[in-house]
Design a protein around this ligand. Structure first.
Ligand code: AMP
Length: 609
C-alpha cells in the first residue's frame, strides 16, 4: 500500500465531521490493506508506532523537523520557520514548500506504508548522543520520496500532532464495516481490545479472518480498567444490586468486624448471599494494575502506562506472592504506619512527580489495597463472578503486609451499607464501592457491576472529571502566573464531541497555577479543538489532554455551556472549583455528558426529598 493513498484518506477524514462517515473512510482504507498493514494504520491513526503502554515515542522536536524540511525542500531553516509562524502548522508549511519544489523536480521514490512505518519505528527506538541527527536523516529520506500531501501528515505525525479526530471507537466501527459483520462481532472486537489494550493487534487478528475468541487476558498486556457507575444513596444501591427482595431491613448481613476485611464466603454461593453485595472501602490513591509474568513484575497506571520503576516496595511485595503469573488490581496509598493514617491523594501523587523514588519509598511507603484479580497461573478470571475472583485474590495476597485485600463487608441492608459508608468517611476515605457478587470483571466499561457512593459535594452526588480545552490569562494578582482559569469540557459519547461545562477560576494553589500555566503553554493551539462545541472563547485553546477533578455546588442549566445542550441551554457547574489535577487520568476517563445528565437527575431527586 502506498503512503500517498493513506494521505489521501487522511485528508478526506479531516474534511469530515460525521463520525459514521469518518469510520466509512477508514473502512475503505482498511479494505485495501493487508492484516499487518492494518495494524500499522491503527497505530499511526492513534498517533504512535505501538500501543501506548509500550511507551515508544517518535517525538521529533519542531526545530529538528524544520531542519529535515529545509534539507528536502531546498529552503533555508529560517524560511521554513517563518512559513510555520504564518500558517501555525508545520505540516501545512511542509506541504506548501514541497508543492513548490515538485514543480521544479520529480520525487525520487514512492513511500510505501510499510516503509513509513518502519522508519517511524526506527526513529522511536533511537536514543543517546547523535540520535537527533540520525532522526533528521530518516525523516528527510521519507520527505524526499513524499508527495506534498504525504509530507503534511508525515511532519504532523512526527511532531505528535496528527489529530485526525479518529478515536478508537471509530476504528472499531471501521473494522466491523470491512467484514460486514453483525453486532456480535463488534462486541467481540471491543472485548478483545479491552483485554489487551492493543487495537493494532486486534485489527490484524480480525482482518486475517481469525475469530477473536483466542483473546484472553495475558500477563504483560494491560487490561482496560473496569469503571464504576454512581447512585445517590444506599437504598438505591441495594435495590439495584440485591433486587426488590432486599428492600427494607432484612438484617442479612454477615457479622463482620468493625471495618475489618471479611473473607469471601466459600463456594458455592450461600443462598442468603444471593441477595447481598460486597461493599468495599473506596481508597483515594493511585490505581495500579500489577502483572506477574514468570516471576517478573510490571505495574501499569490507570492510563495503562508502565510505571514499574516508581514503586519498588510494591514490586518487591508482588514478586514475593505465591504465583508464577497473575494480573491483579488495587489502589495504592501512602500510609503512615506509626500514626496509622493515610496520607492525602496529593501526597500519594508526589511519587509520580518527584525524583528520588527510593527515598520516597522509605519516607512515604505505599500500601496496595488489592480489589480485583483478572488472571492467575494460566487461568483467565475476567469472566468469573466477583466472589470467585475475590477468593482467588484473598488467597494470593494472604500473608503480604504491603499488598492487602481492600476492606469490605457483605450486606443486603441499606442501613448497614450507610453505616459502613459513614465509617469510611470518618476514617478519611472517599466513600464506598458496592459490587455485584455475580458479575464478571467488566473491562473498559462503566456498568452497574460496580457502584460508587462518594462524600457529597453540595447537592452533587460526585465531583466531575473534565478535560481542559482552553485557558484565560491572569489579571491583577494572577498576572505573574500568566494564568487566570480554565475552560473545561466533557465528552459526549454519542456524538464524539466535547461540550463545555465550566469555566473555573478557583481552587488552584499557587504551585498548581504555575505548573498548569507551564503545561498549558506547551499544548496551546491556534484553533479551537476540532471536536469541541463551545460558545465561550478563552484567551488560548489547548489540545484536550489534561484532566482535572472539579467540585461544584450543583449542576444547573445555563445558556453559556454546551454540555447536553437542548435548544440554547446546556448543563453547567455552579460555583466550580478545582479539587485536583489528574495526571493519572486520560481524557477517555473523563465524566461523560450522559453521566452529567444522570447526576443532574439524582440531584433533582435529592432536592425533591
Ligand atoms: P472514580 O475515579 O471516582 O470514578 O472512582 C473509581 C476509582 O476508585 C477506581 O478507578 C479506583 O481507582 C478507585 N478505587 C478505590 N477503591 C476501590 C475499590 N475498593 N474498588 C474499586 N475501585 C476503587
Amino acid at each position: 500500500m502506498l503512503f500517498s493513498g493513506v494521505a489521501q484518506h487522511f485528508s478526506e477524514v479531516e474534511g469530515t465531521v460525521s463520525r459514521l462517515a469518518m469510520s466509512g473512510i477508514v473502512a475503505k482504507l482498511f479494505s485495501g490493506a493487508t492484516p499487518s498493514e492494518a495494524r500499522q494504520l491503527v497505530y499511526i491513526m492513534e498517533g504512535n508506532v505501538a500501543p501506548s503502554h509500550e511507551g515508544l515515542d517518535v517525538g521529533i522536536g519542531e526545530k529538528f523537523a524544520i531542519r529535515a524540511i529545509a534539507r528536502t525542500s531546498g529552503y533555508t531553516e529560517r524560511q521554513v520557520a517563518s512559513g510555520c509562524k504564518k500558517s501555525g502548522d508545520l505540516g501545512e508549511t511542509a506541504e506548501a514548500l514541497l508543492e513548490k519544489k515538485a514543480q521544479l523536480s520529480l520525487s525520487s521514490s514512492e513511500n510505501t506504508l510499510s516503509k513509513v512505518f518502519s522508519s517511524f519505528l526506527k526513529i522511536a527506538r533511537m536514543s543517546g548522543s547523535g540520535s537527533q541527527e540520525a532522526k533528521i536523516s530518516v525523516l528527510s529520506e521519507l520527505l524526499n520520496g513524499a508527495t506534498p500531501l504525504e509530507a503534511k501528515y508525515l511532519v504532523r505525525f512526527c511532531l505528535g500532532r496528527l489529530r485526525l479526530g479518529v478515536g478508537d471507537p471509530s476504528i472499531i466501527d471501521a473494522l466491523s464495516m470491512v467484514r460486514h459483520s453483525d453486532k456480535t462481532d463488534k462486541i467481540m472486537l471491543e472485548r478483545a481490545f479491552n483485554l489487551c489494550s492493543d487495537l493494532g493487534e486486534v485489527a490484524e487478528v480480525y482482518l486475517s479472518g481469525s475469530d477473536l475468541s483466542r483473546f484472553s487476558a495475558q500477563p504483560g498486556k494491560p487490561i482496560r480498567p473496569a469503571l464504576a457507575e454512581r447512585l445517590p444513596n444506599a437504598r438505591e444501591i441495594i435495590e439495584k444490586l440485591c433486587g426488590e427482595e432486599a428492600k427494607g431491613e432484612p438484617g442479612r448481613e454477615k457479622a463482620g468486624r468493625k471495618c475489618a476485611v471479611q473473607s469471601a464466603p466459600s463456594a458455592p454461593m450461600a443462598p442468603a448471599l444471593r441477595r447481598q453485595c460486597a461493599v468495599e472501602a473506596k481508597y483515594d490513591g493511585l490505581r495500579m494494575q500489577v502483572h506477574l509474568k514468570d516471576g517478573a513484575v510490571g505495574i501499569y497506571s490507570r492510563k495503562l502506562e508502565k510505571m514499574t520503576h516508581m514503586f519498588p516496595e510494591i514490586v518487591k511485595a508482588a514478586a514475593a506472592l505465591p504465583a508464577a503469573s497473575a494480573i491483579f488490581e488495587g489502589e495504592a496509598l501512602a500510609y503512615n504506619s506509626s500514626e496509622k493514617r493515610y496520607y492525602s491523594f496529593q501526597q500519594t501523587m508526589q511519587r509520580k512527580r518527584k525524583h528520588g523514588v527510593e527515598r520516597m519509598a522509605e519516607e512515604f511507603p505505599l500500601r496496595l489495597f488489592a480489589f480485583d484479580i483478572m488472571y492467575l497461573d494460566g487461568k483467565d478470571l475476567t469472566m468469573a463472578p466477583y466472589l470467585e475472583r475475590r477468593r482467588a485474590l484473598e488467597g494470593l495476597v494472604k500473608g503480604s503486609r504491603t499488598i492487602v485485600p481492600s476492606d469490605l463487608i457483605y450486606t443486603g441492608s441499606p442501613k448497614k451499607l450507610d453505616e459502613y459508608f459513614q465509617r469510611a468517611l470518618s476514617e478519611g476515605l472517599e466513600g464506598i464501592i458496592a459490587k455485584d457478587l455475580a458479575q464478571p470483571y467488566v473491562a473498559g466499561a462503566r456498568k452497574f457491576a460496580w457502584i460508587k457512593l462518594k462524600k457529597s459535594y453540595g447537592a452533587m452526588a460526585d465531583s466531575v472529571d473534565a478535560i481542559i480545552v482552553g485557558y484565560y490569562l491572569g489579571k491583577g494578582a494572577r498576572e505573574e502566573f500568566k494564568f487566570g482559569g480554565v475552560l473545561a469540557a466533557v465528552p459526549n459519547e454519542e456524538t464524539g464531541k466535547l461540550e463545555t461545562i465550566a469555566k473555573i477560576g478557583g481552587g488552584f494553589t499557587e504551585d498548581e497555577m504555575a505548573s498548569l500555566a507551564e503545561a498549558l503553554e506547551k499544548i496551546k493551539t491556534k484553533e479551537k479543538p476540532k471536536a469541541l462545541v463551545s460558545k465561550l472563547e478563552p484567551d488560548f485553546w489547548v489540545e484536550p489532554k489534561i484532566v482535572i477533578t472539579i467540585a461544584a455546588d450543583e449542576i444547573t442549566l445555563s445558556p453559556m455551556h454546551t454540555c447536553g445542550m437542548v435548544g440554547e441551554t446546556g448543563y453547567a457547574l455552579r460555583f466550580p472549583r478545582m479539587v485536583a489535577m489528574r495526571d493519572d487520568k486520560s481524557p477517555s476517563d473523563a465524566t461523560t455528558v450522559r453521566e452529567v445528565i444522570s447526576m443532574f437527575e439524582m440531584q433533582r431527586r435529592k432536592n425533591a426529598q
